[in-house]
Design a protein around this ligand. Structure first.
Ligand code: HMG
Ligand code: MG
Length: 314
């Protein structure tokens, strides 16, 4: 991959769906994963194995993972299909289904940690460490998330040193990459610049960082561009801007994958993703779930395509 290229981590099937109250069939979830894979995305987070009381929408995670088509996808050595797990119970289930990568998640802040995983930051790090150690024994790759990098819904603004502490702990336990989660979507490019600069100055390698920006204030794509200018090359996003967490009230979806691919395509930055297929997938999932498509690029591309081609779908 050229030094200027980016890897997009599609979190639609997990972050995108986890906060939707209406039932979504397992077949729709599996079809979403398959369609996303056909766009060229090289990393797709498949689901989460968490308490079904915490996240009822993903309580069919084992059905998603047991399907032959999802098993076949995971056999591709050139792609990553992480599954979010909060504890050893989640990891043990992932092992049973032959999952090759898991994602562990900790919060930089106490309030969100309690609400999200029912323990302190320190206990959350310890749990993640147990998962990472056992995963290593099974040859399973581990990705890490730090949530609430700029603010916590219960505690207010986050100290950068708290993000540093969590990121160091995740890398120290063997995560190959740490995704910086702006869970509330309150980040702006200047905040991104300050935090990323601070982390790098404190010896966190930029090539082990990823950006995970929720788009509450419409800053998601700008935040990604700013982080890209700081040298970051991995970004999480969700098709049609789906996303949110039941324990982060008021936060909007992830930055839309379509918007990132549109932005990077126009900058000559390689993503490996076919934008028209992606727009088609975003249109399909929005229609299937009867939800407004939050991608701004999608609207324009879809409109232009219909105007000039006279057909309905790109
Ligand atoms: P707890 O209640 O303290 O744990 O929850 P527990 O061990 O007492 O278990 C409670 C029940 O859950 C038990 O079932 C367990 O068996 C079951 P019961 O006996 O009551 O029937 N359980 C599980 N079931 C399936 N899979 C598991 C599992 N573990 C326990 N792995 C716990 C603690 C961590 C389990 C819970 O709080 C939880 O599952 N939290 C997950 C919440 C979540 O998924 N949040 C969204 C993802 S994080 C996010 O969105 C942020 C991110 O996108 C980045 C960003 O935006 O910043 C990543
Ligand atoms: Mg998120």
């Amino acid at each position: 991959m050229p030094a200027s290229a980016v890897r997009i981590v599609e979190v639609g099937p997990r972050d995108g769906l986890q906060n939707i109250k209406e039932p979504i069939t397992t077949a729709t979830k599996v079809e979403l994963i398959q369609r996303l894979e056909r766009t060229g995305l090289r990393t797709i987070e498949l689901t989460s194995i968490v308490s079904p009381r915490a996240i009822p929408q993903l309580s069919d995670c084992q059905d998603v993972l047991s399907g032959q088509s999802v098993k076949r996808l995971q056999a591709d050595p050139d792609r990553r299909f992480p599954v979010l797990v909060p504890n050893l119970k989640g990891l043990d289930i992932a092992i049973r289904y032959g999952v090759r990568e898991v994602a562990v998640f900790v919060s930089a802040t106490e309030g969100f940690s309690r609400a999200n995983i029912n323990c302190s930051v320190g206990e959350g790090i310890q749990r993640a460490r147990c998962v990472a150690e056992k995963a290593a024994q099974y040859g399973i790759a581990v990705r890490g998330y730090v949530s609430c990098i700029f603010a916590d819904p219960y505690d207010g603004p986050t100290e950068p040193s708290a993000v540093l502490h969590a990121a160091r702990a995740l890398l120290g336990m063997g995560c190959y990459e740490v995704s910086l989660g702006d869970t509330l979507g309150v980040g702006t490019p200047s905040k991104v610049h300050s935090l990323v600069t601070y982390l790098v100055e404190n010896d966190i390698p930029i090539d082990q960082l990823a950006g995970h920006f929720h788009d509450t204030y419409g800053q998601g794509a700008s935040n990604v561009w700013q982080a890209y200018q700081c040298g970051m090359r991995v970004f999480d996003s969700s098709v049609s801007g789906l996303g949110g967490c039941p324990f982060a009230p008021g936060a909007k979806g992830n930055v839309a994958t379509e918007d990132l691919v549109y932005m990077f395509d126009n900058a000559g930055v390689e993503t490996g993703v076919d934008l028209s297929r992606l727009v088609e997938t975003g249109t399909w999932i929005s229609e299937t779930l009867s939800r407004k498509n939050a991608s701004r690029a999608q609207k324009e591309i879809y409109h232009v395509y219909r105007t000039y081609s006279g057909v309905d779908h790109p």
